[in-house]
Design a protein around this ligand. Structure first.
Ligand code: SAM
Length: 228
């Protein structure tokens, strides 16, 4: 349960050094706590499951630090071990830029990321929570969209995909209704190299392909805040 989850008091208190050891700053790192990285996490996969998207994005976006957030401890441990193995097998190669952390993204997101820190948030095949009284458990909601808007920089993208049509409509409705987001056109969607990866590389996406199911995609751009 959540009671065993630890999370930083603020983004500055988060120690990323064990997640991204290749990116720890050389200078002054001994006397600064937590140790600083040379760059910030920029890409986040919400509910990353077994990490297929991270493994595929890591070589595609080699200069970006990416993080999978997953609530199940054993699944998180599996992804972390897989990343460690890939790093060992590919010294000096990709996978140093990908990591996985156990977290409940419905609760602690602003503890991890500063305003405008992220350029991409992926929400792939989230749990549908079909019953109306369970809708509050959905990972897309008015409140959570405000947290995504906070963490994303203007121009940043929220990527959503699901095989559940009613959930797709729900996500589109809630993101459309939010003043910080605008939906990308189909052409823009297809032109984004991450769209295809998201459609083919997550474990859930592969399952849907095997079952010849349909996939519903929607991308949303974080708009500039209006001048006050
Ligand atoms: N994104 C992966 C994929 O496409 O293969 C996994 C999809 S799976 C259906 C949904 C995942 O979200 C599960 O691994 C679940 O444990 C995780 N999850 C659900 N609620 C979460 C939360 N509040 N915070 C973090 N992860 C969550």
């Amino acid at each position: 349960s959540d009671h065993t989850l630890t999370y930083p008091a603020s983004p500055d208190a988060m120690d990323w050094s064990t997640y991204f050891p290749d990116y720890v700053q050389d200078s002054a790192s001994d006397d600064v706590s937590p140790k600083r990285l040379t760059k910030d996490v920029e890409v986040v996969d919400i509910g990353c499951g077994f990490g297929g998207l991270l493994m595929a994005l890591s070589p595609l976006l080699p200069d970006k630090l990416m993080l999978g957030l997953e609530i199940r401890s054993q699944v998180t441990a599996y992804v972390q071990e897989k990343i460690w193995a890939l790093r060992t097998q590919n010294p000096g190669g990709p996978y140093q830029n990908a990591a996985c952390l156990r977290a409940n993204t419905m609760k602690f997101l602003p503890n991890f990321f500063r305003k405008g820190q992220l350029s991409k948030i992926f929400i792939c095949f989230p749990d549908p929570h079909f019953k109306a009284r369970k809708h509050k458990a959905r990972i897309i909601s008015t409140t959570l969209n405000s947290e995504y808007a906070y963490a994303l920089r203007p121009g940043g993208i929220v990527y959503t995909i699901t095989d559940v049509k009613s959930l797709h409509e729900w996500m589109v409705e809630h993101l459309d209704a939010h003043p910080s987001f605008e939906r990308l056109s189909k052409e823009e969607e297809e032109a984004d190299e991450c769209t295809k990866v998201m459609m083919t590389e997550t474990e859930e996406g592969k399952k849907v392909t095997r079952n010849q199911g349909e996939k519903f995609v929607a991308l949303f751009r974080r708009l500039e805040d209006p001048p006050w």
